[in-house]
Design a protein around this ligand. Structure first.
Ligand code: FPP
Length: 257
């Protein structure tokens, strides 16, 4: 059981959920079955993050580049996303989780957008944790969009070029509004950022694991947080056994996974 210092948690954790396809292929199953299994990991990790006390969790659920995948896989991913929102909405609300989305959301099918918009609206005032789904998202695209917004203000005479600062660009980047990323986790063995939160991860601690996303469980999240804390060299603090803390906490619907 990893030991996590609850006083030194990363505030913003971001995850590249990789390895669904390989998980399925290794079992002779369709890639889409890997994504289905992966959505169970999403559920587990959202619960575990909330119970741990992480303030913001951002998940790379669908990249701008994922539209290039075979159509049946794209359709299946969209349906999974919709299913997730429909089945998890109650639990998100009961546990104070605010949902947000970043990316080119207008490209999502209407039946996904509808449920997404509803869930975002219903959870807008909750402050226990913010779950951000990156959907049709690309880090470069987000920077380009922010640059374009500022450029049009300059062209309109509203903004002086000297006012284009890091802070001004960040104000136009929805993924940054919850703060920069403290800990970036990538499952599936690859060690790259793949156009995820390029700006926000500039100083993030990176944690790579060979575990495939469908195998990633609460203990793996705790292990990543513990590794983050070791790198921060925050020794000498009170270390709490997260397992005993979680099992003794009365936290409603959040069952330990
Ligand atoms: C990468 O695995 C994963 C994705 C492209 C999609 C992630 C989607 C989910 C985890 C499920 C649905 C999401 C939510 C929020 C309910 P890959 O297919 O690239 O794996 P591979 O590298 O093994 O091929």
């Amino acid at each position: 059981m990893p030991l996590v210092d609850l006083a030194q948690l990363p505030k913003h954790v971001a995850i590249i959920m990789d390895g669904n396809g390989r998980w399925a292929q290794a079992r002779g199953r369709l890639r889409t079955m890997g994504h289905r299994e992966g959505s169970k990991s999403v559920r587990r990790v959202v619960r575990a993050s909330r119970r741990l006390g992480v303030r913001a969790l951002t998940l790379f659920a669908f990249s701008e580049q994922n539209w290039q995948r075979p159509e049946p896989e794209v359709v299946a991913l969209m349906e999974l996303l919709r299913d997730y929102l429909v089945t998890e909405r109650r639990e998100l609300i009961d546990n104070g989780v605010r949902l947000r989305a970043v990316g080119r959301i207008d490209k999502l099918p209407a039946r996904v957008r509808e449920v997404l918009d509803e869930t975002i609206a219903e959870t807008a005032n909750l402050r226990g944790m913010t779950l951000t789904l990156a959907l049709s998202y690309g880090g470069r695209e987000e920077i380009v969009d922010a640059a374009r917004t500022l450029a049009s203000r300059v062209a309109a005479g509203e903004l002086d070029p000297s006012a284009i600062t890091e802070a001004a660009l960040e104000r136009e980047m929805p993924s940054i509004s919850l703060g920069r990323v403290d800990l970036l986790i990538r499952t599936g063995g690859e060690q790259r950022i793949s156009n995820f939160l390029l700006w926000g991860t500039a100083y993030a601690e990176l944690y790579f694991t060979s575990k495939l996303w469908p195998e990633f469980a609460a203990d793996d999240l705790y292990a990543a947080v513990e590794a983050y804390q070791r790198r921060e060299r925050r020794f000498g603090q009170v270390l709490s056994d997260v397992g005993s803390l979680l099992s003794s906490s009365a936290s409603g619907a959040w069952e330990r996974q």
